[in-house]
Design a protein around this ligand. Structure first.
Ligand code: GLU
Length: 411
């Protein structure tokens, strides 16, 4: 099953339970548009390089399409298609007025200079500038893209269309970005984990947590987990990871990551190295995959020791692994709920941009917490009343909202 088929597997499952019928199911499975462009740039050496760029829009029934832009060597049409689809369900789960889209450039940003990265970004925006816009499709950060990349996108788009900060979210706070956006996904992940543990008669304060991935999402998830009293026992980045059963010094690790050094360089008494694979099956109450998709394979699923998995990454679990978790009584809080904090604060940023006003960090965080808690509560209600898994329940909520909007607007 490829990534897109895996994403659609859950839609078909929920659609059957809801009796939506083949007509609606077909509508929800197809993408509205797939823009595939080539991006030629001049390297610093004077050589010409040509990259592949994608911006796919899945469904706009509930509003302009929304979703991140990733720069990674494995980006291809199938992955972008799957991730665009996920964004439609994610925005519907948290009930923000957007549809779903995703974009990406097949490249390894670690092999590009800052100047080359800027040229790739600007050329990409030039190529898709008719397809995006504040009322059309709004990109945001994702794997290997950050506030600086978003600033270039805003600037390039504005050169062609006039000043338009609402064309992209996740911008620097100094350039019409929102307070709290950078931390939002990690904050939402921990908010959901805490609610779940509380409902199970437990508490984050007594829990051990393992986090795979120490980019923007994993780093903030670790910081918030620690702040809420949890013991972070293992973290990793692409270079590998570190573990300590007595709890890691998360602030020191965050410092290391912020100075662009890898976790492999971390040394401290009591901490031992751990591979990315071993981290997934280490002894911890809560497992947070916060790196790339497809890491929880059926083989790994049989060995996982955590009691709950909170999907901070997009699509980390294979459908076959999902079934194994269900059989083993391990709860999986799905990506479309667990990591929706990012797009929720993107919605706040867009709202502030359209109204030309600014919210404080406190205002952003309290609204974020409210939305995450409400979405969690709605899905938990369905899990309990209909004895469903969390992912199926989340898809039922999302599909219901999107199908209703699509029907009201007309095919
Ligand atoms: N890339 C993030 C995600 O997958 C954020 C998307 C957004 O803010 O639009 O949810």
């Amino acid at each position: 099953m490829n990534a897109f088929e895996a994403a659609n597997h859950y839609i078909s499952k929920a659609s059957r339970i809801m009796n939506l019928g083949p007509r609606v199911e077909r509508l929800l499975l197809s993408l509205e548009a797939e823009h595939h462009v080539t991006i030629p740039i001049e390297r610093d050496s004077g050589e010409l390089a040509v990259f592949s760029g994608y911006r796919f829009q899945h469904n706009s029934a509930r509003g302009p399409t929304k979703g991140g832009l990733r720069f990674h060597p494995t980006v291809d049409a199938d992955e972008v298609r799957a991730l665009a689809t996920l964004m439609t369900w994610k925005t519907a789960v948290v009930n923000v007025p957007f549809g779903g889209a995703k974009g990406g450039i097949t490249c390894d940003p670690s092999e590009l200079s800052q100047g080359e990265l800027e040229r790739v970004t600007r050329k990409f925006v030039e190529r898709i500038s008719q397809e995006i816009g504040p009322q059309r499709d709004i990109p945001a950060p994702d794997v290997n893209t950050n506030a600086q990349v978003m600033a270039w996108i805003m600037d390039q788009y504005s050169r062609q269309h006039g000043f338009a900060p609402g064309v992209v979210t996740g911008k620097p706070v100094e350039l019409h970005g929102s307070e709290g956006r950078e931390a939002a996904t990690g904050y939402g992940v921990i908010c959901v984990a805490e609610n779940f543990l509380h409902d199970s008669g437990k508490c984050l304060k007594d829990a051990t947590v393992a986090i795979q991935g120490f980019g923007n999402v994993g780093l903030f998830a670790a910081l918030f987990a620690k702040e809420h009293g949890a013991k972070v026992v293992a973290v990793s980045d692409v270079s590998g990871g570190v573990a300590n059963r007595d709890g890691l010094d998360v602030s020191a690790l965050a410092e290391l990551a912020r100075s662009r050094r890898s976790l492999a360089e971390y040394e401290s008494d009591g901490a031992s190295p751990i591979t990315n694979e071993a981290l997934l099956t280490c002894e911890a109450d809560v497992l947070i995959p916060a790196a790339l998709g497809g890491v929880l394979t059926p083989e790994v699923a049989r060995e996982v020791r955590a009691k709950v998995i909170v999907e901070a990454a997009n699509a980390p679990t294979f459908p076959e692994a999902d079934e194994i978790f269900e059989q083993r009584g391990i709860t999986v809080i799905p990506d479309i709920l667990a990591n929706a904090g990012g797009v929720t604060v993107s919605y706040f940023e867009w709202t502030q941009n359209l109204q030309c006003l600014r919210w404080t960090e406190r205002e952003v965080n309290s609204r974020l917490q409210q939305i995450m808690t409400d979405a969690y509560g709605t899905i938990r209600g369905l899990v309990q009343s209909r004895k469903l898994g969390w992912r199926t329940a989340a898809y039922i909520v999302a599909l219901g909202r999107v199908a209703k909007a699509a029907m009201l607007r007309g095919v």
